[in-house]
Design a protein around this ligand. Structure first.
Ligand code: HEC
Ligand code: HEC
Length: 220
């Protein structure tokens, strides 16, 4: 009795080790599939770097926002929106049109996953403040935004609201302007953009846009 208990315990330990080893292999391959191959992605990122910067830090002169720190699911969705013509096709959206051409060049799901995996390795540094406004007024205006973007603007994947903290303030201003003026959230397949569009309209003036962006910039 005692002996068989010891034996079965030894067997259980062995089985346990095999299960554990399998679990490690499986979780490794799962995460590799879901997250892509960052090493392969580094090669394709070279083209992106010409506008978004070698460390994904953004380039205001080229209108290209920082990508470092952005959530993988959100980057994936934006690349798809650009590819589908749900972003970057509205009249007057020069910047979106530039990016659309780039997104169309990377269509293979594997290539996209690899690129995103590489972007996730880029260092997250604070975005410099380039917009001026009233942070206290912005904080009041931000109360409605927090429902989908989080109290600290950290993002909310369940509601599809991207992280806003740490993004370039000039880029946030432009996107709010785009939503307000039908250059984003206009396409039937852009379900998330259409949710965001009426929210941008709660910011009545350019000053109120600046105020909320100054507050968001203070959250990083
Ligand atoms: C020719 C310059 C250029 C290149 C090259 C480029 N982009 Fe962009 N990208 C832009 C611009 C400009 C925007 C902003 C578009 C806007 O204002 O709506 C942008 C926006 C984006 C966004 C949306 C960010 C957000 O917060 O919504 C993502 C994601 C992105 N680019 C990824 C990439 C990737 C990945 C590559 C490489 C395959 C790449 N870009 C190459 C210019 C470029
Ligand atoms: C009902 C939920 C909801 C609320 C409330 C909301 N947003 Fe959004 N917001 C979204 C979603 C979803 C997206 C992503 C749209 C997409 O995928 O293109 C978004 C996108 C954005 C973007 C673009 C980010 C980027 O990287 O391009 C900005 C800027 C933004 N929101 C600011 C705000 C501000 C400021 C407020 C408050 C006035 C606000 N949002 C309120 C859901 C919301």
């Amino acid at each position: 009795m005692q002996c068989s208990n010891v034996l079965s315990l030894a067997n259980l330990t062995k089985i346990g080790r095999v299960v554990l080893a399998l679990a490690v292999v499986l979780s490794f391959s799962n995460s590799a599939n879901a997250a892509g191959d960052a090493v392969a992605g580094k090669g394709s990122y070279a083209i992106c770097a010409t506008c978004h910067g070698p460390a994904g830090e953004g380039n205001v002169a080229l209108n290209a926002p920082r990508l470092a720190g952005q959530e993988p699911w959100y980057i994936d969705r934006q690349l798809q929106l650009f590819r589908d013509g749900a972003r970057g096709t509205a009249p007057g959206d020069t910047q979106g049109m530039q990016m659309r051409a780039m997104a169309m060049a990377v269509a293979q799901p594997d290539a996209v996953a690899n690129l995103i995996a590489y972007v996730e390795t880029l260092p997250v540094t604070p975005a410099p403040a380039t917009v001026t406004g009233d942070a206290a007024a912005g904080k009041t205006a931000y109360a409605v935004c927090a429902a989908c973007h989080g109290q600290q603007a950290e993002g909310n994947e369940a509601l599809g609201g991207p992280r806003l903290a740490g993004l370039d303030d000039w880029y946030l201003v432009r996107q709010l302007d785009n939503f307000k003026n039908n250059r984003r959230g206009y396409h039937a397949s852009d379900v998330y953009g259409m949710q965001m569009k009426p929210m941008a309209s709660t910011l009545a003036t350019p000053q109120s846009i600046n105020d909320v962006v100054v507050y968001i910039n203070s959250l990083q």
